[in-house]
Design a binder for this molecule. Sequence first.
Ligand code: 5GP
Length: 207
Amino acid sequence: MDQHTGNLFILSAPSGAGKSSLYKALLKADDKVRISVSHTTRAPRTGEEHGREYYFVDHESFLDMIAEDAFFEHAQVFDNYYGTSKASIFSLLEQGLDVILEIDWQGARQVRQLYPNAIGIFILPPSLQALEERLKGRATDADNVIQRRMSEAVSEMSHYHEYDFVIVNEDFETALSEMSAIFTAMRTKTAVMQQKNGNLINDLLSL
Ligand code: 5GP
């Protein structure tokens, strides 16, 4: 197979839409996909591990990274800073792996500017009620925090139309197969196949 750069995917959703369960299932099922681990200044939630969900850093270290131009994109999302380091994505793409950036709409806009081939996927919950239940079910935040997150969710969802694909996560398996179909379709685009299978195409046309 010829040298080929992986695809860069942007995955956005309001908190509580089930985005993490979806990408985790996709990562398990597809060994050509990796998730970029972001840096954040927010505190870890119960069960989260440094280096797995996020690199948890303090405000000062985050500002140092901005000054060192270490970020591909970064944004203030509500009360905290979040950013994708350049180091976390380029080596993976160069290995031909598809990389998922799990970022908000502000980061997505920056990535589209820098990397126009990035493919945006937005995950919607099936209803506001389901979203609220999922936020409550997680039980990691107090009630007033949940109400605030609901309005933050609506604000995030208002940007859904800036993305190439939209998935409604009503039934998990359906949503997963839709997401998987998008990854497969993007890998078989003509321009990608020309890069990936250039030798084969030359052979086939050389009679
Ligand atoms: P949470 O704190 O619930 O993990 O994430 C809050 C929001 O920050 C989500 O919308 C998530 O997509 C976004 N986010 C997480 N990592 C990044 C990042 O590296 N860059 C940007 N721009 N947003 C991020």
